[in-house]
Design a protein around this ligand. Structure first.
Ligand code: DGJ
Length: 731
């Protein structure tokens, strides 16, 4: 790991173990992007890579320079609006007096160990000795404000953490109209774009398509990440597979409105960027004030999509997820949502817990409906006090459950408010709504104005009060609607476009305060399933409920899509009842277990109604969880079939860090009777070629090179929704 500045070539070279990132200060002070990819050793490569560009009519150039130095032609590291670069740009500032034009001219840089904190925002971390940062200050020649571009590299990773801070160093107010977290100008547009698309109960389906001329991308204006897209994408060479080929990624550590854009231009190059969605966004900076973008993780792997995913998984585990739980086996939980919905009382909950305890389940999670007067989804959000008519004394219930040697977890939806609630009676102005304009209702609820500190204070005090009142070791933090009419009652008109970002900062602040008060609290993020599954949330919550769709077959593509960036240890996954409540499908208990095992693992059904046979299967699955969870949590993940679970057969594996243990799971979605294709050679990956691996069920022993080059034979998976699990250990 090393960051170098060459006086001779005025260039910056960032070297991680496997990658190089190269930039150069150009003749008009602009910062040019020269190279990003597999490591290169020549420090003077800049001389070759940084010189020749064409020229083109209609592309203007800075005064005093030639047409070949047009900012519209050269690959830039940081593009600004209105001063020569006419592609999509990363930054636009406006003087309050009116004019929107921004330029960027190199002023200074510094290289140091560690990294500065990002106030109020989640940020990657490592000990100072294992991380280096380059900060390049670019000045806007028009307003005089400074942009500080930050690049951090890590001892054990090829990921680069990037962000930008703008400082109003002038004596007049300025408005930030657009500021991306990171931009990369690729020298070619011959890439496939891979991203995650979906909807409620069908999140993160991987899509792959070639880049086309023009602008392409996706965004959220929902106030949160959303089910529809995930804030990250990959650009991979068209021939890249799971195991070979260049793959680049950008992943935003943010949970609000974002945009991810790629523009292929008139010259066949591609500009990619990611950051806060500029739609309905602006931020006024008084003299001396700063604005900090969220962090973006920039990834590169020459080892295909699998290599890129593993890099992302490891980085998120080591440098983003902070929870003390991240490397710990999570308690196997049973959640009462699909078992009872709102129809429960303390007796029913205790009965589920009692049965769970006999099966080896370790935590009862009480979901929605325990507070206020909530017996359906029409009331009480915001009234975070116990409904004693329904569940009696919460402390007493928790004690009785603890006496069963089970932990207790509780559901909250902090950011929401029901019209039918005491809170709304007391504070109607705490809602995001535009005075005099009709409000939009979603799931019969409204959204609290999290940009207001007094709202965050109220939530902290009431939630902390409940957590102090009983031994609650886990919370599920839900969020069940998108933001509309984004307007705060307390901000002036010129600051209303700040509300959506201030909302996210409020959500982060509440997480931060709760975790400071309860450092060991295990938080599971949730948003109507996986509507807010992002790296920002993972900073606070080491696991996130993947989807409200608990059907095991649907979960195959949801969990595999999620694995493009996110580790198995972060995916909330449960065994639920059949026929499944979302699809009506019946899948064997074994297959439901196999798919849930690939995440945090738990149950979401009425355990008191299980058949004897299913009870025995639960006990077996619990044993499997204890046997394999460290492998699933800490191992390297491999998608052994291409296509992110869209084919009829999906096989994936986890290999321990020392390469001595391997778990393989295979799920056949649609059966193929008598078909030749139900017998498949599966080639493993990531093994020690010379070690001899023994299959636990058959005792077959094969060397790593045989298993990786020739593979092993998978057969017998002919039925719809059938599955197999293989475990191998080095002899
Ligand atoms: C949406 C979540 O995803 C579900 O698991 C459940 O907690 C409900 N909300 C409760 O309202």
């Amino acid at each position: 790991m090393q960051i170098k500045f060459s006086e001779k070539t005025r260039s910056f070279k960032l070297d991680t173990a496997g990658a190089t990132y190269l930039m150069q200060i150009g003749p008009s002070g602009e910062l040019r992007h020269l190279y990003y990819g597999a490591a290169i050793s020549d420090d003077d490569a800049v001389l070759e890579l940084g010189t020749r560009h064409g020229k083109a009519s209609f592309s203007s150039h800075p005064e005093g320079l030639g047409a070949e130095d047009s900012l519209d032609l050269v690959p830039l590291e940081f593009s600004t609006f209105g001063s020569g670069d006419q592609r999509m740009t990363a930054a636009a500032l406006r003087k309050v007096s009116g004019t929107s034009v921004t330029s960027s001219v190199y002023r200074s840089h510094s290289i140091f160990q560690g990294k500065k904190p990002l106030p109020g925002l989640p940020a990657s971390f490592a000990p100072d000795t294992e991380m280096q940062t380059l900060e390049i200050t670019m000045t806007d020649g028009f307003s005089g404000a400074d942009f500080v571009l930050s690049y951090s590299i890590f001892e054990d990773s090829d990921v680069i953490a990037r962000s930008i801070r703008v400082e109003n160093t002038t004596d007049a107010p300025l408005v930030v109209e657009r500021l991306m977290s990171a931009q990369i100008d690729f020298h070619s547009s011959e890439y496939d774009l891979i991203y995650l698309q979906g909807r409620w109960a069908r999140e993160r389906q991987a899509v792959r398509r070639p880049l086309a001329p023009g602008r392409q991308g996706f965004r959220s204006s929902r106030g949160s990440t959303g089910h529809q897209y995930n804030p990250g994408f990959v650009l991979a060479s068209p021939s890249a597979t799971e195991s070979v080929g260049d793959a680049y990624g950008m992943l935003l550590m943010y949970s609000g409105n974002y945009t991810a854009d790629i523009e292929t231009d008139q010259y066949g190059t591609a500009r990619a960027m990611i950051g806060i969605n500029p739609e309905n966004f602006s931020w006024t900076l008084a003299p001396g004030e700063q604005f900090q973008t969220p962090e973006a993780l920039v990834l590169f792997s020459p080892d295909g999509l699998g290599g890129l995913s593993r890099q992302s998984h490891r980085f998120l585990m080591e440098h983003v997820i902070r929870s003390p739980w991240k490397h710990v086996k999570r308690p196997i939980l049973v959640n009462n949502w699909e078992a009872t919905y709102f129809d429960f009382d303390d007796r029913k909950i205790y009965e589920i817990a009692k049965t769970a305890a006999t099966l080896g389940i370790e935590m009862l999670v009480l979901d929605d409906g325990w507070f206020g007067k909530r017996d359906d989804d029409h009331s009480s959000l915001g009234d975070w006090f116990v409904n004693r008519d329904k569940i009696g004394d919460l402390g007493e219930l928790v004690r009785r459950i603890n006496d069963l040697h089970m932990k207790f977890g509780l559901w909250f939806e902090p950011e929401m408010i029901s019209e039918k609630s005491n809170l709304y009676q007391q504070h109607p102005d705490w809602v995001l709504t535009i005075p005099g304009f009709r409000k939009s209702i979603g799931r019969d609820q409204m959204v609290l104005d999290m940009s207001r500190p007094e709202v965050v204070d109220y939530l902290f005090e009431t939630i902390a009060g409940i957590l102090h009142s009983a031994n609650i070791e886990y919370i599920k933090w839900d969020m069940n609607r998108n933001l509309t009419e984004i307007h705060s009652a307390v901000l002036p008109a010129e600051r209303q476009k700040e509300v959506a970002h201030r909302y996210v900062l409020g959500v982060y602040a509440l997480h931060e305060r709760l975790l400071k008060e309860f450092p060991n609290l295990l938080i599971e993020g949730c948003s109507g399933g996986g509507g807010r599954f992002d790296a920002g949330m993972l900073y606070y919550a080491p696991q996130i409920w993947c989807s409200d769709d608990t059907d095991a077959l649907e979960r195959v593509s949801i969990q595999l899509g999620t694995s493009l960036f996110y580790p198995s240890a972060s995916m909330g996954a449960h065994v639920s009842v059949c026929p499944n409540h979302q699809t009506g499908r019946t899948v064997s208990f074994e297959t439901r277990g196999t798919v849930a095992l690939a995440g945090t693992f738990g149950y979401e059904l009425d355990l008191t109604r299980l058949s004897d046979e299913d009870r025995e299967l639960v006990k077996r699955q619990v044993k499997e969880y204890h046997r394999y969870n460290d492998l699933i949590r800490e191992g390297s993940f491999h998608r052994l079939t291409e296509g992110f679970g869209t084919g009829t057969l999906s096989v994936w594996s986890w290999v321990s860090q020392n390469r001595k243990r391997v778990l393989v799971t295979a799920v056949r979605k649609t059966g193929v009777p008598c078909g030749h294709d139900c017998v498949r050679r599966i080639r493993l990956r990531g093994l020690d070629p010379r070690a001899c691996y023994v299959f636990s069920d058959t005792g077959t022993a094969l060397h790593g090179d045989t298993l990786m080059n020739a593979g092993f034979t998978l057969d017998g998976l002919t039925r719809d929704a059938s599955s197999r699990l293989y475990y191998l250990e080095v002899r």
